[in-house]
Design a protein around this ligand. Structure first.
Ligand code: HEM
Length: 427
């Protein structure tokens, strides 16, 4: 056909559409020394030869800059690599420098570019700045969402970085809930990065490179891989199913519902503190599922547990998935009845979790479940009242156990060339 392009032409077109490395770095400039400085040991590694990342296509890149961080209300990608970090340095300036380097590297990776001098640097005597496994891969809608945990403000009674007075009231230490069986090694953390992408390798590459840049200043405390998103912020898309086989994410806040996002998710001017305005609070829970028990449970019991039917996902007593739930048609202990805003004085959260399967547990059972992630304006008005209700009454408790837990304050988005993750907190 006359208008059909050759592969070479398409590649040339893609290259044209790809933002040049210099344009990406333009706002980062020398002020935002890239991770390369830490990883490769060269401070000259801020810029490199002109555009390089071969397959980066602007088409599937999610903008990094904005009023809010991407990865909250933006469309949910297929894969997750979530990492929680302990800050190991005691030096505030070193921590600030790390956050500047992380921001610059995150801006590059979300645009589909290599970190620093790239995976194949000019000097073969040095380890390359970028680890290389994302070479040739597209941006894959990679989003990197950054948060700070309670330990950054105070740890073991110490105000480590002079930030204690800046801790938001909404960033509470979560209370213990009945049934919790939390593993300390999979809980907490001073900093977090949620990497979501449509390609797992792109998400893993991002976390790996941030960890590498952070060497000597932060160490990964725990991390979690996730697949098969269990929520959606784009209701027009098909609702995904969780590991228990049910549609999950039907009644969630959509990315287009700006009023509800302002009401339930984003920290507003009057909520404060100032450095959090435009941000949100993240609760992560690693929830193990006893799937072998579930798989021996009758369909009727399974549907009663949720209060929705398995095939269509319709609320019990209704026909279609998106029909308004009639809570009275469900059992008192049904998950949906208990979690619904009408049963919780209007409490509403934005869910963004992923399924996980981390091999087996040595007893012939899959170590599988839901890595639950929720965003809200205030944890005290979101996850805490909801989980208090669910932990006490939810029929689902017979089939699940919360084994990991963390809470983070997620600052607003990076606004421009002089901004970096958490800048207003350290101001
Ligand atoms: C492994 C654990 C869990 C599973 C398998 C699960 C599954 C589900 C499913 C299938 C639905 C119905 C579809 C939907 O509206 O998305 C749902 C709804 C919901 N779940 Fe969960 N969930 C789990 C844990 C939690 C936790 C820990 C919370 C909060 C503390 C929570 C809060 C909600 C909320 C708010 C709704 C929507 C209720 C409504 O407005 O109708 N879920 N969940």
């Amino acid at each position: 056909m006359a208008d059909e392009k050759t592969t070479e032409q398409k590649t040339a077109d893609e290259k044209k559409a790809t933002p040049s490395r210099r344009s990406i770095l333009g706002w980062g400039g020398a002020g935002l020394a890239l991770g390369a400085a830490a990883a490769g040991g060269t401070t000259a590694a801020v810029m490199r030869k002109d555009d390089a990342s071969p397959a980066a296509s602007a088409g599937d890149a999610v903008p990094f800059l904005g009023e809010h961080q991407a990865g909250i209300a933006t469309a949910v990608q297929d894969r997750l690599h979530f990492a929680s970090f302990d800050v190991t340095t005691t030096d505030r300036a070193a921590l600030v420098k790390l956050l500047q380097e992380w921001t610059a590297a995150a801006a590059r990776m979300t645009a589909g570019h290599e970190v620093g001098e790239g995976a194949i640097g000019d000097n073969d005597e040095l380890p390359p700045d970028d680890t290389g496994e994302a070479l040739g891969l597209k941006p894959s809608r990679l989003t990197l969402t950054f948060g700070v945990g309670p330990g950054l403000f105070e740890k073991d009674g110490k105000d480590r970085f002079g930030l204690k007075s800046r801790r938001p009231k909404a960033l509470i230490d979560l209370p213990a809930f009945p049934g919790d069986n939390l593993d300390a090694a999979r809980s907490g953390g001073d900093l977090c990065v949620q990497a979501c992408a449509d390609d797992p390798q792109v998400a893993v590459h991002a976390i790996r490179n941030l960890a590498r840049i952070g060497m000597g200043r932060v160490a990964i405390r725990w991390s979690q891989l996730g697949f098969g998103k269990t929520s959606s912020t784009t209701p027009d898309a098909q609702t995904p199913r969780n590991m228990l086989g049910f549609k999950d994410g039907t009644r969630n806040i959509a990315g287009t519902e700006t009023d509800r996002l302002d009401k339930y998710v984003w920290v507003g001017q009057k909520d404060g503190p100032d450095w959090m305005v435009g941000g949100s609070y993240l609760v992560a829970r690693r929830i193990r599922m006893h799937i072998e028990t579930w798989d021996r449970t009758s369909l009727k019991e399974q549907e009663d547990v949720f209060g929705r039917d398995k095939a269509e996902g319709a609320p019990q007593g209704m026909q279609r998935e998106r029909d308004e739930p009639n809570l009275k048609a469900m059992k008192d202990t049904a998950h949906v009845r208990l979690a619904h805003p009408d049963s919780n004085h209007g409490v509403t959260i934005l869910r963004r979790g992923y399924s996980f399967t981390d091999g087996t547990d040595g007893l012939g059972r899959l170590d599988a479940g839901l890595f639950f992630i929720a965003y809200q304006k205030d944890v005290r008005d979101g996850f805490v009242p909801l989980q208090t209700q669910l932990a006490a009454k939810d029929a689902l408790n017979e089939y699940i156990q919360h084994v990991g837990s963390a809470v983070f304050a997620v600052p607003p988005g990076v606004r421009g060339k002089d901004d970096w993750w958490g800048k207003a907190l350290f101001a």
